[in-house]
Ligand binder design. Sequence first.
Ligand SMILES: NC(=O)C1=CN([C@@H]2O[C@H](COP(=O)(O)OP(=O)(O)OC[C@H]3O[C@@H](n4cnc5c(N)ncnc54)[C@H](O)[C@@H]3O)[C@@H](O)[C@H]2O)[C@@H](O)CC1
Ligand SMILES: Nc1ncnc2c1ncn2[C@@H]1O[C@H](COP(=O)(O)OP(=O)(O)O)[C@@H](O)[C@H]1O
Ligand SMILES: [K+]
Length: 500
Amino acid sequence: MRIELLSPAEMGEADKRAIEAGPFDGIGLMHNAGAAIAREVLARYPAAGPVHVLCGPGNNGGDGYVVARLLAESGAAVSLWASGPPRAGSDAAIAAAECPLEPLPLADFSAAPGSIVVDALYGAGLSKPLDGEAARAVERVAGLGLPVVAVDLPSGISGDSGRATGPAFYAELTVTFARKKPGHLLMPGRGHCGEVVVADIGIGDAVIGGLQVRTFENGPALWLTALPVPDVDTHKYRRGHVGVFSGGPASTGAARLSALAAARSGAGAVTVLSPANALMVNAAHLTSIMLRKIDDTAELEAFLAERRPSALVLGPGFGVGEKARDFALAVLGAQGGVEGLVLDADGLTAFRQQPDLLFAAAAPKDGPALVLTPHDGEFARLFPDLATDEVLSKPERARKAAARCHGIVIAKGPDTVIAAPDGRAAINANGAPWLATAGSGDVLAGLVAGLLAQGMPAFEAACAAVWMHAEAGSHFGPGLIAEDLPLALVPVLRALIAEP
Ligand SMILES: NC(=O)C1=CN([C@@H]2O[C@H](COP(=O)(O)OP(=O)(O)OC[C@H]3O[C@@H](n4cnc5c(N)ncnc54)[C@H](O)[C@@H]3O)[C@@H](O)[C@H]2O)[C@@H](O)CC1
Ligand SMILES: Nc1ncnc2c1ncn2[C@@H]1O[C@H](COP(=O)(O)OP(=O)(O)O)[C@@H](O)[C@H]1O
Ligand SMILES: [K+]
């Protein structure tokens, strides 16, 4: 799988370098792009009524002129609507000159029911919200309920951020070129794209490789080789030991969900670290998972020294306060052995007044890795300036947050972004809304810790956990509750670790 996600600027650069490298010049790439779209339209809508191709003034429109010509040559009934002529001397102007159809003014756009729309108004070059005749065309197409095939991106959607700053088409199918763009995976863009097909238009892998892209679609290709598989001669403590802090007697379930997920991920041993007053309730619900009393920092330090856990989860159901801060700082300051700390939920909120205290503690390079798993609300508590910066895309926010906290940030949601301080970012797109259920995040936190404990590098562990969690949830589907997720991980792991 080709997992790089190209920003519109990187796509422009790829285009330029591909033209320099040959064999295709600009109009050659445009012919390939138009041919790929025409092929998809003919394959998917073989009995289609009239096809209406809407062309903008740039190269996205240029692709549209190629599509219109090819569909007309194949015998389809095609109408061409343009918002104005392409710039003289551009590739789009060549494509328009090659197209025998006379464009009608976009302002007059109308279509009969049963028609299909090819949206070639704006793609990578979208620079402002759609307005005027383009906005009206979006409205009319939606009003008529016509299926839309988008060229590169549905017009109105930013390829960088997935945002719709104004009206935007809802496509049934989006055909993009060379690689997906972040806007195909980020919300609301993903919801506008329908199915996304990536067409090869002659931009080689070497060209993409030369761009040093730092944004990826999350999937096994990004981390499978780092996924821990036990050696034949392993023993349970070599498979990693995870400690999960429990809250008080009325809020212990979240920690047990994390603990179960850590165990299912393959950690050899998991211990719930419980305050004395919650030991009985935890004991009543734990079997393979161990239990230990920890009420203060001294007891925590004794546990770290004696039992040498390799990763810890702090936050689910824990309670917000000084104890959460003290424990997190004690884990981050632990000498040797601890691979990582996953801070979730209350563990994040506990630092809302003094986020710098947390970030400074995570700064030393030889200390435990810090992984933060905020949903939008928690993100805003730790990074209020980034959360309210309307210019930043979700990956840009997560990257800046990761650099600031010296840790991995898992910015959760339907389009979870995982970012590392070194600038890598992955966008996850295999989730489903069934995952939006109480306790689902607790399972994710445990899963990350389980992988960290087994020695997986933090960015890869975070990406793998997010993908497996989403895969388990979307396979399970309707009726999912968080208790189901740890067991639902089993078939996902089995498929990933299957013998070749
Ligand atoms: N590898 C590539 O980069 C290739 C790109 N191709 C096509 O080229 C497209 C990019 O072309 P362009 O860079 O010309 O960009 P667009 O065609 O997306 O936009 C063209 C121009 O419209 C103006 N504009 C943007 N948003 C507007 C708005 N809301 N209202 C009014 N005017 C607006 C901009 O100033 C921009 O210069 C891609 O999306 C793709 O379809 C293909 O031809 C094949 C190869
Ligand atoms: N609409 C959605 N589509 C896919 N995944 C979602 C959606 N909404 C939430 N999720 C995922 O579900 C989990 C919810 O975590 P969180 O908000 O911490 O809930 P909780 O605290 O109840 O466990 C996250 O992994 C998030 O990415
Ligand atoms: K488009």
